[in-house]
Structures are given as structure tokens and as C-alpha cells.
Design a protein around this ligand. Structure first.
Ligand code: EPZ
Length: 420
């Protein structure tokens, strides 16, 4: 296995380019199964999860080329309709082929995704969406077996115990795109990645409106056309580098990003003491002399994103005073806390809330990544800790950050990837 070795204490400064959004590209690759025409995706990030999704669609019948972040996909016909366990267990987003296969081939057999480090990951809302549109969905021997003689548009209610669902909104859109008649999804997720998937489907010839609001309307039909589409920038990668600028008291300019997707994160960083200079596709973040603690309440978009919670915990660990974080979406998403405490952070976890008392300095240590965003938080802490930090199990991080240590190195970080 590989790990990062980081020498802390360096201010990061310079300019990097932000990659395309992982959480857009994954469903959009699955959406290409809906079409028998050529699909060209620009600004596709080169990540382990993207390579896994490519392997999956290739098994289902898609011809793929991937060169310099342009991904070309063509599925003249569907060869198989099953997503095997060994792929789904690696990447939960494999479940996006469920809605796409039901739409294209009217049947699908996808392994149950199971849970992951950040908590149980139910898919009851995904199944509900397909069921309301007329699919027969049965869970048997660890697989979701779905088939539909005919998909019929309907009103789909995706209200779950924690609000609506990004994944279920997207899977339901896929099936509705090929259902006869009109489908409405409420409450629909409003995340920019959901909007990107809907915009891609429209570019491919679908008829979707309301994306970005809590009610999405889809008029189903079979028309498709060849499409070239550009994936939106990754707002969580941008947010992670924005925290890197503040935590190291440096100055980082990000090109190819979209600050309009990051309002809640930029507002919170400004409250803590970041200086934010933004334009349509460029963002420069630096830090004022004094930093102040903040209270963070995770919420669905446009609220503060759960995918930025771990990174802010690392930052609050070295801000004088007491900050709090309330994680309302994933109950077990504080795995980074115990590792930060090994570096000297003063954090108390009570259920879905964390209380962080800032310390003067973190100390470098051997720490272990547990999930994608927790690993980013540990790297951020290592950048500012005294001495050497070794972050192991960085395969978690490679799932969601494109050339992370190369971008950090370009900004002056002393970080290297070594084989353990
Ligand atoms: C997407 O996950 C993202 N993943 C997550 O990013 C992100 O944290 C999450 O949305 C919330 O924004 C991808 O896009 C690949 P949800 P998803 O369904 O779709 C519950 C990252 O770090 N729920 O919106 O799985 C669920 O348990 C990853 O990039 C149900 O109850 O999230 C959670 O509490 C991590 N039933 C809440 O809804 C369901 O059928 C929101 O989950 C589905 C979800």
C-alpha cells in the first residue's frame, strides 16, 4: 500500500487548475448507457472511481477511449445487464447503472452496495423511484433485480429520513427519461452535480426542467443524439485547496473552478478569516492575520456540504477558540477526528456533533485514512503540523482527487508518495 509523507510548516502559494467534478462524471458516465450514439465528455477527472465506472460500463457493452481528460463512450447495444459485486463493493456509485439499464434495457441486476466508513448507505429511495415508475424491483441474494415491461411517468416523492437523496434523484431521472409521459420528482436534490447530470441528459436529447430546484420535471421519450459535453468543476476539490491556503497561511489561485457552486463554503471560510477574491471561473484564497472559530451546520445544497466537513475540522483544530460542527447527513463521518487527536488536536465528539478547541500547533504523526474526505483532512493537518506526518491508506484519497500531491507540490508543499 502507498502513503504520503509530509513535512509540515510550509505556506502554500501559487496557481493550480481544478479538475472536473467526480460526483458529476460518475453518473454522467452511467447516463451514456441511455444512448446508442457517441458521447464525448470533456474535463473528466482521472480518478480511481472514474476508472472503476469505466470498467463497469465496458462490461455492459460500452466502447471507451480516455485521453487527456476527454472520455469518449459509445454503447451501440447493451451486452449485459448485471453489475457484479466485486465492482459495486469498490464503488457505491455503481448503482447509477441501475436506473440507466432499466431505461435502456428494461432490466438490471446490480449488487447491493453495502455500507461504507461514513455510515449505512441505504438505497430505499432509489428503489422507490424505480418502483413508482413501474419497475418490478426485488432484492434477492444480495442483488437488486429490476425489470420493467413498460415505464410510465408519475409523481415521485423522494422525501427520506434525512431529506432527499442526490443518488436517488439521479437514478429516478434516468428511468423517467425513457418512461412514457411526464414524471415529477419532489423533493429533488439541488446539488450542482444533479443539475449537471440533467443538463447532460438534455444535451443528449432528453426533456428535463426544474433542475436546481426541489421539483424536477422529465418528459420521457426515446430521441437521442450524439453529444459532446463538459463536466462542471469539482467544488469539493476547490474547497479543499481553499482550506489548504488558509490552514498554511498561504495564497492559492484556482483556475477552472466555479465559485458560484461554493457560496456556503466561501462564506464560512470568510467568517473564519479567509480573504476571498472570486470571478466567474477563478478563485484566490489567502488568510488574514487572525483566524476566528466558527460553527458549522452541514446541510443539503445550498447549505454547507458534508463533503467539506472533515477539511473544516482540520482547519478549526488550529484556530484559537472553540468551533463546532454538526453533521446532519452521515452519522459516522467524524472518522478523521481520532486521527487528528493523535496529532494533538483537541476534539470532543458527541453523537452528530463535534466540539473543536483550537491548539497552537499540531504535531506530525503516523495517521491512517479511513475514507475519501477524512484522508484529505489528514493531509491538510500534515501540511501545518510540526515535523513529519505519514498518512497511510491513501487509496481512499486516490478515489476522489486527481493528481492531489502533484498539485500540492506545485504550491510548495513538501509531500511525497511512497510505497509502505
Ligand atoms: C452523494 O452521495 C455523493 N456521492 C456524496 O459524496 C455526498 O456526500 C452525498 O451525495 C451528499 O451530498 C456521489 O455523488 C457519488 P444521498 P449519495 O443519497 O447520493 C440517505 C464524496 O465524498 N439516503 O444524497 O449516496 C443517506 O443515508 C461522497 O464525494 C436514504 O436514506 O448521498 C444520507 O443520510 C461521499 N435512502 C442522505 O440520504 C436512500 O435511498 C443523503 O444521501 C439514499 C440516501
Amino acid at each position: 500500500m502507498q502513503c504520503f509523507v509530509i513535512e509540515g510548516g510550509k505556506k502554500l502559494s501559487g496557481e493550480i487548475r481544478i479538475s472536473g467534478a467526480k460526483n458529476s462524471a460518475l453518473p454522467i458516465i452511467a447516463a451514456s448507457l441511455l444512448s446508442d450514439k457517441r458521447v464525448e465528455l470533456e474535463n473528466t477527472p482521472d480518478l480511481v472511481d472514474i476508472r472503476t465506472m469505466i470498467e463497469l460500463v465496458k462490461q455492459l457493452g460500452t466502447e471507451v477511449t480516455f485521453h487527456r481528460n476527454t472520455l469518449t463512450l459509445h454503447t451501440p447495444k447493451i451486452k449485459r445487464v448485471d453489475a457484479p459485486y466485486d465492482i459495486v463493493r469498490k464503488m457505491r456509485a455503481s448503482y447509477y447503472v441501475l436506473g440507466a439499464l432499466i431505461a435502456r434495457a428494461k432490466k438490471a441486476k446490480v449488487s447491493m452496495p453495502g455500507g461504507c466508513a461514513i455510515g449505512p448507505r441505504p438505497i430505499d429511495l432509489h428503489i422507490k423511484g424505480l418502483d413508482v415508475l413501474g419497475a418490478d424491483v426485488e432484492i434477492k441474494d444480495g442483488f437488486i433485480n429490476a425489470r420493467a415491461r413498460k415505464l410510465k411517468g408519475a409523481a415521485v416523492d423522494l422525501q427520506g429520513p434525512k431529506g432527499t437523496s442526490v443518488g436517488a434523484t439521479i437514478n429516478t431521472m434516468f428511468a423517467a427519461a425513457r418512461a412514457s409521459g411526464i414524471t415529477t420528482i419532489t423533493p429533488a436534490a439541488c446539488e450542482p452535480e444533479v443539475v449537471d447530470v440533467a443538463d447532460f441528459l438534455n444535451a443528449m436529447g432528453c426533456t428535463i426542467s426544474g433542475q436546481g430546484t426541489h421539483t424536477i420535471t422529465i418528459r420521457g421519450h426515446d430521441y437521442v443524439r450524439a453529444v459532446r459535453y463538459r463536466i462542471i468543476p469539482d467544488r469539493i476539490e476547490s474547497g479543499t485547496f481553499a482550506v489548504a491556503a488558509v490552514i498554511t497561511r498561504g495564497k492559492i489561485t484556482m483556475r477552472g473552478c466555479n465559485p458560484a457552486h461554493m457560496t456556503s463554503v466561501l462564506d464560512k471560510l470568510g467568517e473564519i478569516g479567509a480573504k476571498v477574491n472570486r470571478s466567474v471561473s477563478k478563485l484566490t484564497i489567502s488568510s488574514s492575520r487572525t483566524l476566528r472559530p466558527a460553527n458549522i451546520f452541514v446541510a443539503p445544497y445550498p447549505g454547507f456540504p458534508t463533503d467539506m466537513q472533515a477539511q473544516l475540522m482540520a482547519l478549526l483544530s488550529i484556530v484559537p477558540g472553540t468551533g463546532t460542527i454538526k453533521e446532519t447527513i452521515f452519522p459516522n463521518r467524524f472518522m478523521q477526528a481520532v486521527e487528528l487527536m493523535r496529532m494533538g488536536a483537541d476534539i470532543t465528539i458527541e453523537g452528530d456533533s463535534a466540539v473543536i478547541n483550537g491548539v497552537k500547533r499540531l504535531s506530525g504523526a503516523r495517521v491512517m485514512a479511513s475514507d475519501l474526505r477524512a484522508s484529505a483532512a489528514l493531509v491538510l493537518a500534515g501540511l501545518v503540523a510540526k515535523g513529519k506526518t505519514t498518512v497511510s491508506r491513501i487509496y481512499h484519497l486516490d478515489r476522489g482527487y486527481d493528481r492531489f500531491e502533484r498539485k500540492l507540490g506545485k504550491l510548495g508543499a513538501r509531500i511525497k508518495r511512497v510505497n509502505e
